[in-house]
Each structure stands twice: as structure tokens, then as C-alpha cells.
Ligand binder design. Structure first.
Ligand SMILES: NC(=O)c1ccc[n+]([C@@H]2O[C@H](COP(=O)([O-])OP(=O)(O)OC[C@H]3O[C@@H](n4cnc5c(N)ncnc54)[C@H](OP(=O)(O)O)[C@@H]3O)[C@@H](O)[C@H]2O)c1
Length: 219
């Protein structure tokens, strides 16, 4: 069975993804900077699932034992979190969900010098790590209830086709439609779209605006 580690899995986005993957039968471990916090978050997810299906540990231990690592931390923690697991993620699929929001104005796109958070992760972790950028446009609001139908699509960027396909499967398991959106360079657009969605949320007083691809046959 595929083992997934969600770094920062105690937070809003990571716990929602973890809930959906655990419900789909994946082996999911929540990572945190603090062991006890991760264990508490896993206990809460297990209570929601009605079964002991997830566990919690440190980000590093979670990453070391997983096949696919998913990083869901605020941009301020992005480089430090990636650096802390660098040696244990070599050769693995590393999914970056981070949006480099500018705390001074989350409605305005501001990319880091590397081009995007995902490009920065790729540079920091090295070419042997199969970095895939995904889920940046899916509000945590959509993820937290298993009954909720998600209408928004996931755009998946990266340089490794097989890794992208694995992430498209993960999105499907979490009951979302995902599309291969091209190489890792394209992640800057996808990350930037989150600021566009935040603008729409604020303007229309909603919590979870999203995107959907149209124009051809959906799966
Ligand atoms: N929330 C959404 O709707 C949403 C949607 C799409 C994309 N995203 C992106 O997903 C990422 C996570 O978002 P989120 O809303 O889940 O964030 P969050 O709940 O604020 O934080 C997630 C986890 O990151 C860790 N963390 C927080 N500050 C940290 C720091 N300074 N240093 C190291 N670790 C820290 C914490 O885990 P521990 O304390 O347990 O270590 C926290 O539980 C962000 O990049 C965000 O832009 C979020």
C-alpha cells in the first residue's frame, strides 16, 4: 500500500487531504514539528473516520517512512521544512501544496526569486526528488467533510510524468478531478491563481472559490 506523509498535516489543508486519503484506504501519517501535536491531530482524524487509520509523528520521521510526501505549510515555513527532510526524500515523490502568499497582501501575486514555491522546493531538494506542485487552488473548506462534493479541479505541474500521474490518482482518490498542467515552471501560474481566488472570496463574501477546466470530455 502507498504510504503518504503530510508535513504540516496538523493544519487546515493538510488535515483535510489526509482525511480524504485515509478514507480512501491509503496509509497516511501526519507530520508536525511537535510529536504530541501530530498525535493529537491523528487522533482527531481517526475519531472523524471512526477507525484508527492515521497516525502522527514528526515531519522528519513521517517523511522518512513514506513513499509520497505532501508538504502543506505556510510559505514562511516552506524552505525550512523542505530542508529538514531533504536527505530522507531523495528519489521520492514530493508534492508541494504551498502558495507563496505575501502576508502584507494575500490578494496580490508575489512569487519568490526562484519563480514559485515549487521551483524553490525543486532547487532546494535537488533534481533526484520528484517534485510535483498540486492542490494549491483547493480551499481547505472543501476538504474537511467527506460528504462534500468538490467541483474544483486540481492542476498538477512537474517534470516527472509518472510522479504527476501518481498525484492525479491521489486527487481522484480524494474525489477531485486533476489535470496534468505541464512542467514545474507552470506552477507559478497555478500558485498565483490562489491570490485570484482569494480576491473572489473577499469580493463575493465566500470561503472557497475554485477553478474548473471545461472544453473537453471530463473523466
Ligand atoms: N488553507 C487553505 O484553504 C489552503 C488552500 C490551498 C493551499 N493552501 C496552502 O497550503 C499551505 C498550508 O496552509 P494551511 O492553511 O493548512 O496552513 P496552517 O494551518 O496555518 O499551517 C499548517 C501547518 O504548518 C505548520 N506551521 C505553521 N507555521 C509554521 C512555521 N512558522 N514553521 C514551521 N511550520 C509551521 C503547523 O504545523 P505544526 O505546528 O504541527 O508543525 C501548521 O499546523 C499554505 O502554503 C497555504 O498557502 C492552503
Amino acid at each position: 500500500m502507498i504510504k503518504i506523509a503530510v508535513l504540516g498535516g496538523t493544519g487546515k489543508e493538510g488535515s483535510g487531504l489526509a482525511l480524504r486519503w485515509a478514507a480512501a484506504g491509503y496509509d497516511v501519517t501526519l507530520g508536525s514539528r511537535e510529536l504530541e501535536k501530530a498525535q493529537r491531530a491523528a487522533a482527531e482524524l481517526n475519531a472523524a473516520l471512526g477507525k484508527d487509520m492515521t497516525r502522527g509523528t514528526t515531519n522528519r520521521d513521517a517523511a522518512a517512512q513514506a513513499d509520497i510526501i505532501v508538504m502543506t505549510v505556510p510559505y514562511a515555513a516552506h524552505a525550512a521544512t523542505a530542508e529538514s527532510v531533504k536527505d530522507v526524500v531523495q528519489g521520492k515523490v514530493f508534492v508541494d501544496v504551498t502558495v507563496p502568499l505575501d502576508p502584507a497582501n494575500v490578494r496580490r501575486v508575489k512569487m519568490p526569486p526562484a519563480g514559485s514555491a515549487a521551483m524553490e522546493a525543486q532547487q532546494l531538494l535537488g533534481e533526484a526528488v520528484r517534485v510535483v506542485a498540486a492542490f494549491q487552488n483547493i480551499s481547505a473548506e472543501h476538504l474537511k467533510s467527506l460528504d462534500h462534493e468538490i467541483e474544483c479541479d486540481v492542476l498538477v505541474c512537474g517534470n516527472d510524468k509518472d510522479a504527476k500521474q501518481q498525484v492525479i490518482e491521489l486527487a481522484r482518490a480524494a474525489r477531485m478531478t486533476a489535470w496534468d498542467a505541464g512542467p514545474i515552471e507552470n506552477a507559478m501560474v497555478v500558485e498565483g491563481l490562489t491570490s485570484v481566488l482569494i480576491n473572489l472570496n473577499i469580493k463575493h463574501k465566500v470561503k472557497a472559490a475554485g477553478l474548473r477546466i471545461t472544453g473537453f470530455l471530463r473523466p
